[in-house]
Design a protein around this ligand. Structure first.
Ligand SMILES: CC(C)(COP(=O)(O)OP(=O)(O)OC[C@H]1O[C@@H](n2cnc3c(N)ncnc32)[C@H](O)[C@@H]1OP(=O)(O)O)[C@@H](O)C(=O)NCCC(=O)NCCS
Length: 172
């Protein structure tokens, strides 16, 4: 009997469901393409950008002109990305590093920012902790970037390290 009542309760419970989508507080530049479904709110997207499907971009994020955000990428608050960048599939940004041994919860004072320069390409499935990355950088697939990158070049691995110089003709 108790099992029956428990099962009934589970069936009858109604979750709070919020819809994902493009909030009307998003600022778009000219000629932006977005492939739905996405979850975009409070962010600013520059001219000629591309946003692929299953992307979430949170509030106050700024994306520069001509930057492409490929599918399944997550860009959290306190991230800014420059112009002419390529953020590949499934790139994950982080603003809460669990400084006090666990999630900061609502305490935003513990969150940290990430600033990505111009002409930065980030490979598939990379994870970017709160760091600054200078212009003209390539991050390999699957990299985990844990420290600032102040020198142009190609970086890969976990933790990511510089593996090569970047050829000059790729720089802007
Ligand atoms: C990092 C990257 C740009 C390097 O390319 P590259 O300059 O041609 O480098 P190489 O293939 O010559 O590899 C150089 C060394 O780095 C290693 N390496 C290459 N990519 C790596 C990666 N993602 N993670 C860890 N090590 C990597 C190679 O094994 C090689 O090691 P070795 O010298 O011990 O043999 C490339 O491998 C990469 O990860 N590109 C991301 C592509 C991507 O995500 N595209 C998305 C669109 S589909």
């Amino acid at each position: 009997m108790i099992r029956f009542i428990l099962r009934l309760k589970i069936i009858m419970a109604i979750p709070n469901i919020e819809k994902s989508g493009i909030n009307n507080d998003v600022t778009f530049g000219d000629n932006v393409s977005v492939v739905e479904p996405v979850n975009l709110y409070g962010c600013t997207i520059g001219d000629d950008c591309f946003i692929g499907p299953f992307v979430e971009i949170q509030k106050d994020v700024i994306i520069g002109d001509r930057t492409r955000i490929q599918s399944h990428t997550f860009i959290c608050e306190l991230v800014s990305i420059g112009s002419d960048c390529f953020i590949s599939h499934g790139v994950m940004f982080i603003n809460d590093v669990f400084k006090k041994g666990g999630p900061a919860g609502g305490d935003r004072t513990q969150w940290k920012e990430t600033i990505i320069g111009n002409n930065v390409s980030i490979g598939t499935n990379a994870t970017i902790l709160p760091v600054k990355i200078t212009n003209n950088v390539v991050i390999g697939a699957g990299a985990v970037v844990t420290k600032d990158i102040n020198e142009s070049g190609i970086y890969a691995g976990n933790p990511s390290r510089k593996i090569k110089k970047r050829s000059k003709h790729n720089d802007v």
